[in-house]
Design a protein around this ligand. Structure first.
Ligand code: AMP
Length: 286
């Protein structure tokens, strides 16, 4: 696996590949890699000739300095894991490489900024859109792979690709979970085994909510999720919402909705903020 820290060196390499008509797949990450990330790399390998993974802890998407400082950084292990699944290129730029100047550029994503992750992490999606745009310009991939785990981020990036006409195909990849149901996340490294067990109740809450969709209202399901998690020591619920899985518009009345539903949850476990979601395809209330 080749490693690049500099933009020009990476671009020279990729330019040669593009000239030889090779298809480039791209997986942007913030490192501290786990099986979830590797599933994206594997898919990219299947569908492209060259797979590029970036590891960059993007400061502009953190609205909490402590969260940024505590974000796990395990670059040597990351490189080994990427090598083990046959990733071709690792791009690990410095902050000064990605942000040579202070930026004032602002993106606006309408309602997506005022619900769920947009509401609770002010400025987060602006930072995501900024870094993903820069990375797309640098790598110029044919296909880019993102996880369903960050569903609202996927909706944002879809808008970015459509509105700015990035000539690439976006691919949404399923959530990889631990055996206990907990969605894999770099943040799980900050939890001990007991805390990870506690955190797995987020997924259990989503499954309970899914089972209630047919016979209960949104308000009743929200109340049930809240009560379920109140009984689990160590979890503080931030939000549980039911939304359109593609637009992330909040759904208040299940009777008037038809299509793909997303059950979305965010909570703190031992001071670590976790998110998860479950998609119910082709939902229609009978
Ligand atoms: P991150 O390093 O957290 O920015 O994640 C990089 C990419 O991996 C994003 O597209 C995430 O949605 C995706 N990802 C993170 N966790 C998982 C998971 N458990 N399953 C599948 N994809 C994931």
């Amino acid at each position: 696996m080749l490693q690049f820290q500099e933009i020009l060196a990476l671009q020279n390499f990729l330019w040669q590949k593009r000239k030889a008509d090779k298809k480039i797949g791209f997986v942007p990450t913030m490192g501290a890699l786990h099986e979830g990330h590797l599933s994206l790399i594997r898919l990219s390998k299947q569908e492209n000739d060259v797979t590029v993974c970036s590891v960059f802890v993007n400061p502009t998407q953190f609205n909490n300095a402590e969260d940024l400082a505590k974000y796990p950084r395990t670059i040597e292990k990351d490189a080994q894991m990427l090598e083990s699944v046959g990733c071709d290129v690792l791009f690990i730029p410095e902050v000064a490489t990605m942000y040579p100047e202070k930026t004032t550029l602002q993106f606006h994503f309408g309602h997506l900024e005022s619900v769920m992750e947009g509401k609770f992490r002010k400025g987060h999606f602006n930072g995501v859109a900024l870094v993903v745009s820069k990375l797309f310009h640098i790598v110029q991939p044919h296909r880019a792979y993102f996880g369903q785990k960050d569903l609202q981020q996927f909706a944002i990036i879809r808008i970015l690709v459509q509105d700015l006409m990035f000539p690439l195909e976006l691919i949404r990849c399923p959530i990889v979970r631990q055996a206990n149901g907990l969605a894999m996340s770099s943040r799980n490294q900050r939890l001990n085994l007991q805390e990870q067990e506690t955190a797995s109740h987020l997924y259990k809450a989503l499954l309970r909510a899914k089972a209630m969709l047919e016979s209960y209202s949104v308000k009743q399901i929200q109340k049930a999720v809240k009560e379920y998690l109140l009984n689990i020591k160590g979890i503080t619920l931030e939000y549980f919402e039911i939304a359109d899985a593609n637009t992330l518009q909040i759904i208040e009345d299940l009777n008037s909705f038809q299509g793909d539903l997303a059950l979305c949850i965010a909570a703190y476990v031992s001071g670590v903020r976790l998110i998860d979601n479950l998609i119910v395809e082709n939902f229609v209330k009978k």
